[in-house]
Ligand binder design. Structure first.
Ligand code: TYM
Length: 333
């Protein structure tokens, strides 16, 4: 609780061009909490360096991610929007939490296993302890809810385990957070391999629809999406490509699978794919327009970053001092 309000926290890595998976699974849901919760939405640049980044790209994407937060409707007056590396308390709490996290727990994280298979030449300690930094992000703000896609559920569950362990030794330190996972849009799949999650870092750009893709590109990517040899638009086991497109269409339009099946009864895949591309392009157009306006005003973006970092630091330092005191660190006044 902060000022009698529950707290919402989430983060997005500025590690690639953001996809409609990031949008539907996470960012678009952040603003639902803005009125009733105290909200902290962070651009997690420190998480991004667990994989090698080109520094100039990381810097540009940090501005872009903040712009996208605002373009997707997050008002910096109602939400604390900031960059992780601007609030050193994240790294400091992560160290303390490292000492409350077990090697075995981190070894079981599926994202660690996937990323170490993908970057076998750089299985660094940061990649391994990544979920501990994420736990620090969440616990620093005494967070109640964490809106995320389903791929982050395991990390939020580990965060709960770490917080519970810490609280068992030092009672009443952390609020135990709940992951909030949307019913539709929780896992948008690749358009090329629909059994795999759509990932902003996929090398095959046809597999991913980026928030900033232009209308023609969006429609082209959906038209080429891998489906099956059936011709009827219906949700069924084994029809991963169509199921994914139906989920995307459902998330953009709010329609149920049955309504979609009725809408496209007797129509072929071509017509359905075009419709999915169109609703996606229509939804992205205002986001793209606002994004361009924010990106053209770097001074404004930096003022948002600065204000956000100051607000976040204030609450983060409170939790960190409490933790340090409980651990027995000497505080100098
Ligand atoms: P990241 O940057 O990979 O993704 C940001 C958010 O987008 C969601 N997401 C998806 N949702 C549906 N379908 C997809 N294909 C898809 N791809 C990504 C993710 O679930 C996430 O919510 N570790 C986090 C960032 C993070 C964080 C945090 C999140 C750092 N600290 C604290 C919450 C709280 C990550 O890598 O997200």
């Amino acid at each position: 609780m902060i000022q009698d309000k529950k707290v919402s926290f989430s983060g997005v890595q500025p590690s690639g061009n953001l996809s409609i998976g990031n949008y539907l699974g996470a960012i678009r849901n952040f603003s639902a909490f803005s009125e009733q919760y105290k909200c902290f939405y962070c651009v997690v640049d420190a998480h991004a360096i667990t994989v090698r980044q080109v520094p100039a790209d990381l810097r540009r994407r940090t501005y872009e991610t903040l712009s996208l937060y605002m373009a997707c409707g997050l008002d910096p007056e109602k939400n604390t929007l900031y960059v992780q590396s601007h609030v050193p308390a994240h790294a400091e709490l992560a160290w303390a939490l490292n000492c409350f996290t077990m090697f075995g727990e981190l070894s079981r994280m599926t994202q660690f296993k996937d990323k170490s298979a993908k970057h076998s030449d750089n299985i660094n300690a940061g990649l391994f302890t990544y979920p501990v930094l994420m736990a620090a992000d969440i616990l620093l703000y005494q967070t109640d809810v964490v809106p995320v896609g389903i791929d982050q559920k395991q990390h939020v569950e580990l965060c709960r385990d770490i917080a519970t362990r810490f609280n068992n030794v030092f009672p009443d330190t952390f609020t135990i957070p709940e992951p909030i996972i949307p019913k539709t849009g929780m896992k948008i799949m690749s358009l090329v391999e629909p059994t795999k999650k759509m990932s902003k870092s996929d090398e095959n750009t046809n597999a991913v629809v980026y928030i900033l893709d232009d209308r023609d590109t969006i429609i082209r990517k959906f038209k080429r999406a891998v489906t099956d040899s059936d011709t009827c638009v219906r949700y069924a086991e084994g029809k991963d490509g169509i199921n994914n497109l139906m989920n995307i269409y459902a998330t953009f339009t709010g329609k149920t699978h049955e309504e979609i099946e009725r809408e496209f009864d007797g129509k072929g895949y071509g017509e359905f794919k075009l419709a999915v591309g169109e609703v996606c392009a229509d939804a992205m157009q205002p986001v793209q327009q606002k994004f361009a306006a924010y990106m053209s005003d770097k001074a404004y973006l930096e003022s948002v970053m600065k204000k956000g970092a100051e607000e976040a630091s204030y609450y983060a330092r409170k939790t960190l001092s409490k933790v340090h005191k409980k651990l027995g660190f000497v505080s100098l006044r």
